[in-house]
Design a protein around this ligand. Structure first.
Ligand code: F6R
Length: 607
């Protein structure tokens, strides 16, 4: 979703902000803009709908040299995609960018119009510009104006503002991602919505709490100061050394980040195995299992939710603890039954998904202990939960989540096994680690043979619709496979439990429909009968099934063979890698923008 980058310091701010925005392209956006103070001391504002390239063309020959700049990539929520609605919004008193939603914007807009403020855009953001303008005109200084304006807005937002008089930058947020960073050697200071934008540019990161004003200042020996809403200095922030290298933003030999990230999976599985199994124990895991919950409310969105379904199955089978898997967007509105000995377990790659965060907050308010299975250390979810298990997937740039799914499922299974005491039993722990290593080997092998999957994709990409079917532990994988295909190939795809097709969806089957049938060792015979039902109606069958299964091969139009032996409960992850590759190659055939699919955002920070 929207991305923010601000910079203040001796190097050229415009270039650094554009570089940061480029790194945030993966989050999804539809327009971009920058505001800066040029070398004549004038406030300049450039914004353009479409890709960053449009903005760069609009900036023209340049080069613009500035020591203070804020920039934004917008993912439209209020108001159509056009230049006027793009950020920054500015006038002679300030320039500003915004992530999130101002929920009481209509009321505030009426009040501001009554005070004579004229709106140019259809955005909720401009309401904050209006509030700031009115407060500055009343004679408040910049910080005071931020306090008064911020107190009036409702909803989750982050604001970054540029003061043209001092050239200083200010940032403040409520339940929205915001990070500041300092490069002490170069005397430079940054603000952003995503630490990834600052990789390689700063050595220290600062995560402010809600309602903390971050003041990025050039005229002060402290480049960065924090104030509360009484304008007293505050320590309400967390800091950490910045350890991301700039190279994480490169695709290497791959055409797409998605493809690179699919290929990273074997190494990531190995490193996760080493992290959780090699030593004497991982303190975060030990702390997480110190209390045995009565029930678990497992909440997540999209791909993370499907990972949650696999984890639910594992926890229930192994620990006989009742586990409810819930969608983040539904959970908070369904008046869930929450008991104080229950655990709220939240799964997220970004740790910034608004619906997941709201569910976490609801659980916390109801006195539940909360835990995350999360990728981004230091994210809001990570900071708000009592316990956190990191999935250690590294940065995931491709909008379609791949490696995060694999790592989420495995981390959830590790938690489940630890709850059961398996990690305290030397032999069992060794067996589990060996199974993880076997999975890494099998994934390596399928990646080496990906041409087989590419060839199937070339044959089937012309079809109008796709049913992914699976039973038992493969059912969530059918859901995830269909999601992957529709988001990057823009074709209709649905995941179904194989046995459900005949209760309605089978009406759609004809010779233009593809059934991607997932057939592992579990519920093998039942799944085969379901394939026969589709075959009888002339559906095209792509089976992902056991190696050497002649019968299955015979009834399938295309057959992708896998070696399931020894993988047991890990086999869904293995099948899922095939689905990832199939979606990737179908999308390639269709020529879509795989890493930045239309309408999608990497981190969904609005409700
Ligand atoms: C699909 C995808 C999304 C995310 C969902 C949750 O490929 O990436 O469905 O899984 O938006 O995001 P996180 O995991 O960041 O909470």
């Amino acid at each position: 979703m929207c991305g923010i980058v601000g910079h203040l310091g001796p190097q050229n701010s415009v270039e650094l902000v554009l570089e940061g925005l480029q790194r945030l392209e993966y989050r999804g956006y539809d327009s971009a803009g920058v505001s800066f103070i040029d070398d004549q001391g004038n406030l300049q504002n450039f914004k353009k709908s479409g890709k960053l390239e449009n903005l760069k063309a609009h900036l023209g020959a340049g080069p613009f040299v500035a020591r203070s700049c804020i920039g934004h990539t917008r993912w439209a929520t209020h108001g159509e995609v056009n230049d006027t609605n793009s950020h920054p919004h500015s006038n002679e008193l300030l320039s500003m960018v915004h992530n999130g939603i101002i929920e009481n914007a209509p009321t505030l807009k009426n009040e501001l119009q009554a005070e004579g403020f004229e709106f140019k855009s259809q955005t909720d953001t401009e309401v904050f510009l209006g509030l700031m303008t009115v407060n500055l005109k009343k004679g408040l200084n910049f910080k005071q104006a931020i306090v008064e304006s911020f107190k009036k807005v409702e909803g989750n937002s982050a604001f970054v503002l540029l003061d043209p008089v001092t050239t200083d930058i200010y940032a403040i947020k409520r339940c929205a991602p915001l990070v500041c960073g300092i490069n002490a050697v170069q005397s430079e200071v940054f603000a952003s919505s995503d630490p990834y934008a600052l990789a390689g540019l700063v050595d220290k990161l600062y995560f402010p709490e809600d309602e903390v004003i971050c003041h990025l200042s050039s005229g002060n020996k402290n480049l960065l100061n924090f104030y509360d809403l009484n304008l007293e200095k505050t320590k309400k922030y967390k800091s950490k050394n910045q350890d991301l290298s700039a190279s994480v933003s490169e695709k290497g030999d791959y055409d797409h980040f998605m493809h690179k990230e699919i290929h990273e999976q074997p190494e990531l599985i190995r490193s996760l195995t080493h992290y959780y199994f090699a030593g004497e124990g991982v303190p975060s895991l030990e702390k997480a299992i110190s209390k045995k919950p009565e029930n678990i409310h497992l909440v997540a969105c999209g791909t993370a939710f499907y990972a949650g379904l696999v984890i639910k199955d594992h926890i229930e089978k192994l620990n006989r603890i009742r586990c409810y898997a819930e969608l983040g967007s539904e959970f908070r509105y369904k008046d869930p039954i929450l008991e104080k000995n229950d655990l709220g377990l939240f799964i997220s790659q970004s740790g910034e998904t608004a619906d997941t965060l709201a569910a976490q907050s609801l659980c916390k308010t109801n006195g539940l202990s909360t835990m995350s299975i999360v990728n981004v250390e230091g994210s809001t979810l990570f900071r708000d939960c009592d316990d956190n298990l990191l999935i250690r997937a590294g940065i995931e740039v491709g909008v379609a989540s791949t490696k995060a799914f694999t790592q989420q499922v495995l981390t959830g299974m590790i938690y489940s096994a630890a709850l059961n005491g398996i990690l305290e039993n030397g032999e069992k722990k060794k067996d589990m680690a060996a199974k993880f290593s076997l999975l890494a080997e099998r994934v390596d092998k399928i990646l080496a043979e990906e041409k087989i999957i590419e060839d199937v994709a070339k044959e089937i990409h012309i079809h109008k619709g796709y049913f992914y079917t699976g039973r038992g532990i493969y059912f969530p994988i059918a859901l995830e496979g269909a999601l992957k295909l529709k988001e990057i190939a823009y074709v209709h795809a649905e995941g179904y439990a194989s046995g459900e097709l005949k209760h309605g969806p089978i009406a759609l089957i004809d010779d233009s429909m593809v059934n991607v049938a997932l057939v592992g060792p579990e519920l093998y015979d039942k799944t085969i009968s379901n394939i026969q039902e589709i075959k009888a109606r002339k559906g095209i069958i792509v089976t992902i099934g056991p190696r050497g299964d002649e019968h299955l091969k015979e009834i399938s139009d295309y057959y992708i063979e896998l070696d399931f032996d020894g993988l047991d409960e890990l086999s869904p992850i293995y099948v899922n890698v095939v689905n990832q590759l199939l979606a990737y190659y179908i999308a390639r055939c269709k020529g879509t923008d795989i890493d930045k699919p239309r309408n999608l955002a990497k981190s969904v920070t609005v409700e």
